[in-house]
Structure formats: structure tokens, C-alpha cells
Design a binder for this molecule. Structure first.
Ligand SMILES: [Mn+2]
Length: 384
């Protein structure tokens, strides 16, 4: 059996205030092309289809278009679950109707997780589409006091699947979770405030392939007793700390015994997400044509002194500057603490302040300029 694993589309997401719909459509076009070329038996979407519970109409329209082309035009069955960003009830709409056309949507956790059964030359493959659910939902639905956190919730949900699964039949689990030990990034919403929110990879024992969503970095998880556990990663880079990542989907070939051969196929985004740094004057020199001037940029300015309207001036060269940072000076806390504010002179106070902000000592001419300003203010005070 050949299938494609993807996740975390986050349709409707904003990036520093701008809509990403065109960027998402651009890579989804590549996914449709990949499905046309590789003719998979199924496409698995492991949650966070939308970025929000109530997505904007453009996002709904894009999903409608992509799914219609995959399912109706290319006749590729799609298995899609809700992630923590999706509204379980809204995503679940039409699930029974759509299953008739081989679009399998699992938005709401209902306790039992019936397999979607595929066949290849070697027999059946059971795909279990387990939607994301809060531990309290799992606890309530399964009426189990043993469910107290994400780990015990996943264990309980997976146990139900395992108990009903026929021995010797190949199996795939589609789920949305934070596996302990895996690496996260800034664009994921934490699953729990306080508690760990993670699940142990050991709870997936017995499955031949576990298609995960939630973490946006594509990664392979090693776990005993499981064939392959993978995060496909997000569709795009949704934060600057993902600048060094390559976003991809995973094409998986499962053999007669359930062993999987995986290949990551990289997307080429409409615009890159990059971090650059330099002095403003250097950065304002336009890059060569076609050199990513309209990428999404986080710019770190290395200039020392005040810079007027840096974002406005940078955007004349790079229209999609999304974030501007100044270099942080290391604070000289010890020296600052030693200064007695009640006894220090104005010049001593200003010297400490200048050092605090710039990490440099006040030079002779600067001291003179400061003294001049203070003297002028004093003179005005006396005159009034
Ligand atoms: Mn996500």
C-alpha cells in the first residue's frame, strides 16, 4: 500500500498580520500534483486542518477546492482528523455523507474508533483515524477515572483500538499529539497549561505506522514495538524559529509485512521565511533580482544609535519585513547594583543608564554634551 502523510495545514492562519491563503494554495497545488503523479491509495491528514475553530471563508474555500480535486478528480481517498486547533463538531460536519465518496473525516472523539479498511495485493490494511480530544472529553466519553492527562487519554483510546483489532492485519494510526522527547517550535499551541501535555511513544506499540500531527518540524520518533512513528510537519513555516527547516510530506510504501519505506518530498514555498541581520545602511542595498526580496523576513538591526522608521525604510526594499529586532546588549547588573541612586550625581546616573542600554562607556565628548544639557535645564529652572 502506498499512502501520503501530511499534517498541520493551518488553513486560515495569519503570519504577522497577513493572510497566508495564497502561500498555502501554492504548496497544496504541489500536493495535488504529487497525488496525481504517485497515485497513492490514501492521503492522511493528521489534524490542524484549520488554524481556528471558526476559519475564514477563504480557508474553507481552499480546503473545499483541494479536497474536491483529490477525491473527485483524482479519486484519492482522504482520511482527515481534527487537531487541537480544529473545532471537533464543525470539522465533523457531513462525515457520514462524505465517507460515501471516500472522504473520511473524523472530527469528534466518540469512544469507538472503527477502522477504514484499504486493500492491496497482500490483503487488508486498517486505518484508524483518532481525532484530537481533550483528556476530559476522553475521560467522560469512556467513563474512565484512569484518564487524567494526555498520556493516559491516548493509552485508553489506543487500547480500545488494539482490543478490537484483528491479529495479523496491518494497521495505521492517524493521531494528533505531542510525543515526549520530540522537538517543538514556536508556532504550536501548547496542549495543556501547566502539566506536560505529552504522550509516551510506547503507547503506540503494535501499529505498523503512526501518522502524527501537532509538531511542525518533520521528524521520526523511535519507539519499541512500533513500525514507524512520524511527524509529517506543517505545510509551511509558521514561525521564524522554523527558518532552518524544510517542510515536506511523507510518501510511504508499506510492504506485505507492514514494514514501511518513507520518503520526504519537500515543498517549495511561494515565499521563504528567513532571518537576516546587518547594519541598516547595508540592508537597504537592494538584493539581486529574484533573490527573495519578497520573502517573509525577521530583520535584526546591528546599528547602535537610534534609527528612524527602520521598518518603513526596509519595506521599500523588502516589502514583507514581518519583524524587526535590535541587538540586545548584555546588562552590567553588578555595576548597576553597586550604584547608590540616592547619592549618585546626575552624571553618574546617566553613565550607568548609558552603559545599561548600550553596553559601552560614555566617551569624553558625550559626557561633556550631557553636562551641557543638564546645565541648560538647571539654568532654565532657575530662571523660571
Ligand atoms: Mn499544529
Amino acid at each position: 500500500m502506498r499512502f501520503i502523510h501530511t499534517a498541520d495545514w493551518h488553513l486560515g492562519r495569519l503570519f504577522h498580520g497577513g493572510h497566508l491563503t495564497d502561500d498555502q494554495a501554492h504548496v497544496l497545488e504541489q500536493l495535488v500534483d504529487l497525488c496525481r503523479d504517485t497515485k497513492p491509495d490514501a492521503l492522511l491528514v493528521a489534524g490542524d486542518v484549520y488554524d481556528r475553530a471558526v476559519p475564514p471563508p477563504e480557508a474553507v474555500g481552499l480546503l473545499d477546492d483541494v479536497l474536491s480535486r483529490l477525491v473527485l478528480d483524482l479519486e484519492v481517498p482522504v482520511v482527515m482528523i481534527a487537531g487541537n486547533h480544529d473545532s471537533p463538531g464543525r470539522l465533523h460536519f457531513g462525515a457520514r455523507l462524505l465517507a460515501g465518496r471516500r472522504l473520511y473525516v473524523s472530527g469528534q472523539f466518540v469512544g469507538r474508533c472503527e477502522p477504514i479498511i484499504f486493500h492491496d495485493d497482500h490483503g487488508p490494511v486498517h486505518v484508524y483515524a483518532l481525532p484530537y480530544a481533550e483528556p476530559s472529553t476522553v475521560r467522560c466519553t469512556l467513563a474512565s477515572d484512569a484518564v487524567v492527562d494526555h498520556d493516559s487519554a491516548m493509552r485508553a483510546a489506543v487500547k480500545g483500538i488494539r482490543d478490537a483489532h484483528p491479529a495479523g492485519v496491518r494497521s495505521i494510526l492517524v493521531a494528533h499529539a505531542f510525543v515526549a522527547g520530540a522537538s517543538g517550535c514556536e508556532s504550536e499551541r501548547p496542549l495543556s497549561v501547566g502539566g506536560a501535555g505529552t504522550v509516551d511513544a510506547g503507547c503506540f506499540a503494535g501499529f505498523d505506522y503512526v501518522a502524527l500531527g501537532h509538531l511542525h518540524r518533520p521528524q521520526i520518533i523511535s519507539a519499541d514495538g512500533v513500525g514507524a512513528v512520524r511527524y509529517a510537519g506543517s505545510l509551511l513555516k509558521y514561525s521564524f524559529d522554523e527558518a532552518d527547516q524544510t517542510k515536506s510530506v511523507t510518501v510511504v510504501e508499506m510492504d506485505a509485512g507492514g514494514a514501511c519505506r518513507c520518503e520526504a518530498i519537500a515543498f517549495s514555498p511561494r515565499r521563504e521565511v528567513r532571518r537576516i541581520s546587518g547594519l541598516l545602511a547595508e540592508l537597504l542595498i537592494p538584493p539581486a533580482e529574484g533573490n527573495g526580496h519578497d520573502d517573509y523576513l525577521e530583520v535584526t538591526l546591528l546599528d547602535d544609535g537610534p534609527v528612524l522608521d527602520a521598518v518603513g525604510r526596509l519595506r521599500e526594499v523588502y516589502p514583507n519585513v514581518s519583524e524587526l529586532k535590535r541587538i540586545e546588549r548584555k546588562l552590567d547588573d553588578v555595576a548597576a547594583a553597586r550604584l547608590d541612586h540616592r547619592r549618585a550625581t546626575d552624571l553618574e546616573l546617566f553613565r550607568a543608564f548609558f552603559r545599561h542600554v548600550t553596553a559601552q562607556d560614555l566617551a569624553g565628548p558625550q559626557e561633556l554634551a550631557f553636562a551641557g544639557v543638564v546645565e541648560e535645564m538647571r539654568a532654565k529652572e532657575r530662571a523660571s
